[in-house]
Design a protein around this ligand. Structure first.
Ligand code: HEC
Length: 244
């Protein structure tokens, strides 16, 4: 009984974990039917993330579903020795990575299912300067994160503004107020937000690649049941018409 209660409490509290406590998450307007955005997301992932993060529960050929021609997939996105049916692994050794970053970069295949789209979108836009950290950055929704801000040249470097709050018992706390750009990057804020959205879109698709098929099949099944119901009803009327 106790175990059951603990399980229920854990299930009930998991969305709170996913949303990172009381920090506000920005809404990611993902659209997994947007092929251009998925193509850009795939390109960014391969160029900027795959050095450290694998996506090893998916195969390269999954990206053909974004309308990327196979020769372009092979030339531009896949490692030269890989086949389209190979899994998207990374060359980085997890033990080395754990030594370098304090934590190994997790596999990101199911990241959108684990954390949610809004969390990823907010995370990618929430790195800020913090000299006390090994790579000089921290993250508002992932305190003491081991990941360096790999996109800083594009986004720029921002600092976080905190406000001191004292409650009645004299307990002090920092409340996050917003970011201030210190060193602008190559992209404008809108361009960088679009990039974060494209990456989020990509994770959302890869985490649940059959979603579109499932939805279209679901609608067909419901339509079938509706039509079937009409015939079933007419048949029932026919069978019972003499009984009353
Ligand atoms: C230099 C290596 C490196 C690169 C490149 C890198 N990351 Fe990371 N990333 C890490 C490490 C290390 C962690 C684990 C941080 C921790 O647990 O403290 C991490 C964590 C994450 C997490 C949080 C995982 C979780 O749920 O705990 C996300 C999301 C993420 N990275 C996304 C990205 C994306 C998107 C890119 C490409 C734009 C990227 N990373 C590029 C090293 C890297």
């Amino acid at each position: 009984m106790k175990k059951l209660l603990i399980a229920i409490v854990m299930l009930a509290s998991s969305p709170a974990f996913a949303s990172g406590g009381n920090i506000h998450l920005d809404h990611a307007d993902v659209d997994i039917t947007d092929q251009a955005s998925l193509q850009r997301g795939a390109k960014y992932f391969v160029n900027y993330c795959l050095n450290c993060h694998s996506m090893k529960y998916e195969r390269w050929q999954r990206m053909l579903e974004f309308d990327i021609p196979e020769d372009l997939l092979k030339q531009n996105l896949m490692p030269s020795n890989a086949k389209p049916g190979d899994l998207m692994t990374t060359a980085m050794n997890p033990d080395d990575a754990a030594n370098w970053f304090g934590a190994p970069p997790p596999d990101l295949t199911l990241e959108a299912r684990l954390r949610g789209d809004d969390w990823i979108y907010t995370y990618l836009r929430s790195f800020y300067i913090d000299e006390s950290r090994p790579f000089g950055v921290n993250n508002i929704i992932f305190d003491k994160v081991g990941m360096p801000h790999v996109l800083w040249e594009l986004q720029g470097m921002q600092k976080a503004i905190f406000e001191e709050h004292k409650d009645d018992s004299g307990h002090e706390s920092h409340v996050f107020k917003g970011f201030e750009m210190v060193k602008p990057g190559k992209m404008s804020t809108e361009e960088y937000d679009q990039m974060a959205l494209d990456l989020t879109n990509f994770f959302s698709y890869m985490g649940d690649p059959s979603k579109l098929k499932r939805h279209s099949l679901g609608i067909k099944v419901l339509l079938f049941l509706l039509v079937f119901f009409i015939f079933a009803y007419l048949l029932k009327k026919e069978y019972w018409k003499d009984v009353h």
